[in-house]
Design a protein around this ligand. Structure first.
Ligand code: NAD
Length: 354
């Protein structure tokens, strides 16, 4: 085995169907007296129900979380924290809600409990992306790593299949890139392969039967493992492309991952043969990139950026941005190849190595 460095991140994880019933005990354990419940507008009713159940332990609800964590929303949330005298946050939702809790923690160091209801994985990372005046900045700081994460698959039963599929592939993307990361290590590689396998088995079932309890448990378990990869090792071309495309064309986060992943993997494949074997094995496919493309189709995810609303004229701009300040990548980036990846992702053609 080659040499490696492994850094473990501190995390307390409570996993189980119905695990959210342990919320009050966790609030007490962290010494929180009045928790502010965070959510998106779409999940406001659930957040209010949770606050009602928590009674005097809840300071109130702030249900304005949106994607990409805009700083002006964070400032309003901070004012609510002060007004209501909250001494901790409880984020119930996907990456957008988790991001808001992290942004509050960055500025206040308040303890965070996160109850993830998508497969985005943000809860396992010390990473926060924020937007201000249309520009996105990303920081890495242990202050934003949540103190407690409660994974309760029961809360994911309501996640519609058209969000579940892309969100699960978003998680898979963390593990795929973890397998060929420059700083990969055997622990994360084990988690990565197991995470991909769990999601690849669960997502097609969820697409057919969103209420399937076993599949929901397996998908959330896989998302946890994949989230740990994102938090622990560096990401490459795929994440750079999604970051760039999402920010420049305001494309939806998980759906963009689902489109780009097979194409980015096809580009990387010749330079990362061991990782490709592991990905294909976990997917039960003969080829990693084609297996990911097929999985996206099976779960009903869109497979072209065109369908997500990106103009064809954006292909060259996206290529320029992807090549500016590039992330490390196993296969060196060259313009024609990266442009071909984006172009194929735009039209939704099956992946081939450019
Ligand atoms: P999201 O949080 O925006 O959720 C997508 C939609 O699903 C929202 O409308 C939400 O209200 C709804 N939803 C969530 N759970 C639901 C449920 N159980 N039932 C019904 N509806 C539900 O999307 P996401 O893909 O989870 O997260 C995307 C955001 O997270 C982006 O801003 C991205 O940059 C960020 N992110 C950050 C990291 C990190 O490490 N910093 C990692 C992954 C994602």
């Amino acid at each position: 085995m080659s040499s490696f460095v492994y850094n473990g991140l501190p995390a307390r994880v409570i996993f189980g169907f119905g695990a959210v019933r342990q919320l009050e005990a966790e609030i007490d354990r962290l010494g929180i007296k009045r928790v502010l419940v965070l959510a998106t507008r779409r999940q406001k009713i659930n957040a209010e129900r949770t606050a009602d159940l928590l009674g005097s332990k809840a300071a109130g609800v702030f249900a304005d979380a949106v994607r990409h964590t805009p700083v002006d929303v964070t400032e309003r949330a901070l004012a609510t924290v002060t007004r209501l005298g909250a001494d901790g946050t409880l984020a119930i939702g996907g990456g957008s809600t988790t991001g808001l809790g992290k942004a509050i923690a960055l500025r206040t160091d308040l303890p965070q409990i996160v109850v993830p209801t998508t497969y985005a994985g943000s809860e396992m990372t010390p990473i926060l992306g924020e937007t201000k005046d249309g520009a996105k900045t990303t920081i890495r700081n242990l202050k934003v790593l949540p103190e407690t994460v409660i994974y309760d698959a029961e809360l994911t039963l309501s996640l519609p299949p058209d969000i579940s599929g892309p969100s699960g592939i978003n998680a898979i993307a963390h593990a795929v890139e973890g397998l060929y990361a420059q700083d990969r290590n055997p622990v994360m590689s084990l988690l990565a392969e197991s995470g991909i396998r769990a999601l690849a088995m669960a997502l097609p079932v969820i697409a057919r039967a969103p209420q399937d309890r076993e599949a929901r448990i397996n998908a959330l378990y896989g998302a946890w493992l994949c989230g740990m990869c994102l938090g622990s090792v560096g990401m490459a071309l795929h994440h750079k492309l999604c970051h760039t495309l999402g920010g420049s064309f305001d494309l939806p986060h998980a759906e963009t991952h689902a489109v780009v992943l097979p194409q980015a993997v096809a580009y990387v494949a010749p330079a990362a043969p061991e990782a490709m074997v592991a990905v294909a094995r976990a997917l039960g496919a003969s080829d990693a990139a084609q297996g990911l493309y097929d999985l996206a189709g099976t779960v009903g995810a869109k497979r072209s950026l065109r369908e997500l609303g990106m103009p064809e004229s954006g292909i060259d701009k996206a290529t320029d941005l992807a090549l500016a300040n590039p992330y490390w990548n196993p296969r060196p980036l060259e313009r024609a190849g990266v442009r071909a990846v984006i172009s194929r992702a735009w039209s939704g053609e099956p992946p081939i190595a450019p």
